[in-house]
Ligand binder design. Structure first.
Ligand SMILES: Cc1ncc(COP(=O)(O)O)c(C=O)c1O
Length: 360
């Protein structure tokens, strides 16, 4: 870094490294089963007739279509550049740098901590219990937090939260913190949504995305659902034109009646494939399935996970090493891909096992 940059950069950013996505690290990959994307690439058309104009800050058709889909009022929703922007907006809106804290429950999605670090917000960690349920007593005895992030279904464990546990957490923090339930994978466990409870809990915020079941990770479109005053506060911080016009058009179209029918059909296919992958993995000696099935990925433990990971990478098959996550030593996470990708993943694992695995 130049002396100028060294002298000017915010102190809290000095120890941080730019986010290294697998996309950046392994540009030559062939099968991308690392980021819980959908294998379906659905076609969309765009109308360029308004591209000379700035887009609407909150495109009306996207707001009303998603509010209808989620069963909330239009005013209980904000459209963001992916759920990731929702996380950052919440932190920037409700936490003061150098002073406030968020609470996270590892092992969980990494961006809560990354966003907090970049904003100079403290992170209090209350690990999940051994069965990946919430440690409610420990959460409720952690004070001085402004946001409590709970990922449900949780990435990377695929587990859901117990209703009574989350109710206790929401009630405990009624007057002190927002409880953010990240429902990025909710379409794979649809009956567990908390979207119907916004009227009951004034401190509930729900994050959603089009990146997973809607098969639109490339679009960068997500949502925060919350009560009107929470949404109003986030509107103070969001950029003036966060949702590009082509994104708004495609998102509104993805939320049409017929495309929601297609979404459900694709979720069914992925759920069947998930079970097929789980059965195949569980049948391999030394492999243990970890967590639950509520999302679009499988998590498994294998003692020689680094050697397997290196072999898969060498074959252009990218899954995600979760070994650095709390309590997930030697665990790998594979996104459920197309039937062909899943077959290739299993064929590669079987080849690895027959060539090297037996001697490990
Ligand atoms: C739990 C969870 N929340 C949020 C996101 C980010 O979603 P988006 O692509 O909408 O930013 C992800 C992406 O993997 C995720 O796993």
């Amino acid at each position: 870094m130049s002396a100028l940059v060294d002298g000017l950069i915010n102190d809290n950013l000095i120890p941080l490294k730019p986010y290294e996505s697998a996309r950046r690290l392994y540009a030559g990959g062939q099968d991308w089963l690392n980021a819980n994307e959908s294998p379906f690439a659905n076609p969309y058309d765009v109308d360029a007739s308004n591209f000379n104009r700035y887009p609407s800050c909150q495109p009306e058709a996207v707001v009303s279509n998603y509010a209808k889909y989620a069963g909330v009022a239009d005013k209980q929703l904000i459209v963001t550049r992916g759920a990731d922007e929702g996380i950052e907006l919440l932190i920037r809106t409700f936490c003061t740098p150098g002073k406030d804290n968020i609470l996270i429950c590892p092992p969980t999605y990494g961006m809560y901590a990354i966003s907090a670090e970049t904003c100079d917000i403290g992170i209090k960690k209350v690990p999940l219990n051994a069965d990946f349920s919430l440690d409610v007593d420990a959460i409720c005895s952690t004070d001085d937090v402004n946001l409590v992030f709970i990922c449900a279904p949780n990435n990377p464990t695929g587990t859901s939260v117990n209703e009574a546990d989350l109710t206790r957490v929401l009630n405990h923090f009624t007057n002190s913190a927002l409880v953010v339930v990240d429902e990025a994978y909710i379409e794979f466990d649809a009956s567990s949504t908390w979207a119907g409870k916004l009227d009951e809990f004034s401190n509930l915020v729900i994050l959603r995305t089009l990146s997973k079941a809607f098969a639109l990770a490339g679009l960068r479109c997500g949502f925060a659902l919350a009560n009107e005053d929470v949404i109003g506060a986030m509107m103070k911080v969001i950029a003036p034109y966060p949702i590009p016009e082509p994104v708004a058009q495609i998102a509104a179209n993805a939320l049409s009646k017929e495309n929601i029918v297609r979404l459900h059909a694709q979720v069914d296919i992925l759920n069947t494939e998930k079970q097929r992958l789980r059965d195949a993995l569980a049948a391999i000696e030394g492999f243990t399935l970890v967590g639950d099935t509520k999302a679009n990925f499988v998590l498994f433990h294998y003692e020689a996970s680094s050697a397997l990971m290196a072999y898969l990478v060498s074959q252009g098959m990218l899954i995600r090493d979760q070994s650095k996550q709390m309590n997930l030593n030697h665990c790998l996470r594979a996104t459920v891909g197309s039937p062909e990708q899943n077959d290739r993943l299993m064929a590669l694992i079987n080849t690895f096992m027959s060539e090297t695995g037996a001697s490990m």
